[in-house]
Design a protein around this ligand. Structure first.
Ligand code: 4AD
Length: 455
């Protein structure tokens, strides 16, 4: 009863509180501030309440005592309630720990929006041991957790790092369309839709569009969603993923490989020195080591031999033969055993896409590369492209593709062709490697795969 009657009032004699974000706490120590956020953690003691407040930019421990804990609001504090807390942030004495090495001593607060308790309390909805599907249904709440939000913060840092590294190397950013009428990586994974009565698809890759940019803009890159109607549920396949793609003119295959190695290393360097990422990565992936350069290179043909020597079979339980697609399981086992990045090169013509250039010294294979990472397997696919018109026409024919809708792509070989190549990197797979996640589903905001298109 006493609690109900108790109404908190701000002490008018105190200096006006400046509104800050938690990330700016250190530079605002020892002055009166107000911080708004969500109750992330709560510890109630007889004479004190500890709140770890979360605002997306960080975590801040706040201490409430005296009159502040006598209100009805204080009795009803629960995780996820939003609150604005007024007070002073002070460095912690030695021996005490809290995020940022400081603590806010509150002198006033207002509750903004309450969260439910009981069965509907967030801790009961998304308990750490909840079933995968429940966690995915409740992804919007799971995101508020430290791990899930940590991965997304690293994701933002990785995107920033890619853009910076591309800028360093002189590539220009473009934004190709998602709605297209051509395939890039095979008809079986196309998402088709009705485009004002015409057949159209969601893009599988922006590669063909990037190729058309070379004569206009020089070397280019894009960060664009790609869509694949993958039928199988694996831990590294999504129906929609963020595809980082680049295309470079007047290069050789060797140039392409060294560019790729440089990009991967630069991005990693930037991310690992980024103050908003490095501690999270350490937390998520304490064993992570920067790969040694130069990266290992291995020809497809030698990988087939390696698999047989190590008794790693095909999905059908047979020995591998030249011409086989290396299945996900075998690729993963090989990568995990070698335990370092591998540039797997020179895949046979038959198992690769229509546009890939053949190797002049061995016509059975293409100038192609997959980058394989321990724990994930393939994170990049790239190649040199056919730059000869007749060869490209042959490529369409081999794959049974009607060249008509590709006229604009074909034109690149008519109006001044050039040797060129590029690659695509799956951002979620890169993150699964860097943050040591079990599946790419944890590496995007709201994953899409067979049977899931919600929330
Ligand atoms: O190997 P892919 O199919 O290559 C291409 O699309 C080329 N046209 C890219 C280019 O040269 N510009 O895909 C490239 C990368 C893969 O290595 C993988 O990381 C990712 O895209 N990827 C997927 N990621 C998540 N879910 C899927 N279903 C993916 N399919 C491909």
């Amino acid at each position: 009863e006493a609690a109900k009657a108790f109404v908190l009032k701000e002490d008018a004699s105190l200096p006006t509180a400046k509104a800050i974000k938690i990330r700016d706490s250190t530079t605002h120590r020892d002055t009166r501030v107000k911080v708004s956020g969500w109750i992330h953690r709560l510890r109630v003691q007889a004479h004190m309440i500890f709140i770890v407040l979360r605002d997306g930019t960080g975590y801040l421990q706040c201490v409430l005592e005296g009159d502040l804990i006598k209100t009805l609001d204080a009795l009803q504090f629960i995780e996820e309630t939003t609150i604005t807390i007024y007070g002073t942030i002070k460095a912690l004495p030695e021996g005490k720990t809290a995020p940022g090495g400081h603590e806010l001593t509150a002198d006033y607060y207002t509750v903004v929006g309450k969260a439910p308790s009981g069965d509907a309390a967030i801790g009961n909805i998304v308990a750490p041991d909840a079933e995968q599907q429940i966690k995915l249904d409740q992804r919007h709440l799971v995101l508020r957790g430290e791990q899930a939000s940590g991965v997304l913060k690293v994701r933002a840092g990785v995107l920033r790092a890619f853009r910076r590294a591309f800028e360093d190397l002189g590539l220009l950013e473009v934004t190709p369309p998602c709605m297209v009428q051509t395939q890039v990586e095979g008809g079986s994974t196309l998402f088709e839709f009705n485009y004002y009565g015409e057949k159209a698809y969601l893009t599988q890759s922006s590669q063909l569009y990037l190729e058309t940019c070379l004569p206009a803009l020089g070397d280019v890159f894009c960060v664009q969603e790609s869509f694949r109607a993958e039928r199988s549920v694996t831990r590294r396949h999504l129906s929609e993923y963020t595809h980082v793609e680049a295309e470079l003119a007047f290069i050789s295959f060797e140039d392409l490989l060294s560019h790729l190695e440089e990009m991967i290393s630069r991005v990693l360097g930037y991310v690992l020195e980024d103050p908003s990422c490095k501690d999270i990565i350490k937390e998520l992936n304490p064993e992570f080591k920067v790969p040694e350069r130069p990266f290992m290179r291995m020809k497809y043909e030698d990988a087939i031999k390696w698999l047989n020597e190590h008794d790693i079979k095909t999905d059908e339980g047979k020995d591998h033969e030249f011409g086989d697609d290396i299945a996900e399981a075998a690729e993963r086992r090989m990568t995990d055993m070698i335990n370092r990045p591998i540039f797997l090169t020179h895949f046979p013509v038959e198992i690769k896409s229509f546009y890939m250039k053949r190797d002049e010294s061995d016509k059975r294979v293409t100038e192609s590369v997959d980058v394989l990472m321990p724990g994930v397997g393939e994170i990049v696919g790239g190649s040199m492209r056919m730059d000869d018109l007749d060869e490209l026409m042959g490529g369409y024919a081999r794959e049974g593709i009607d060249p008509t809708p590709y006229y604009w792509f074909t034109d690149q070989r008519k109006y001044g062709t050039c040797p060129h190549g590029g690659y695509g990197l799956g951002l979620e797979r890169y993150l699964a490697w860097l943050c040591n996640r079990w599946t790419v589903r944890e590496c995007c905001l709201y994953p899409r795969y067979v049977g899931r298109c919600t929330p």
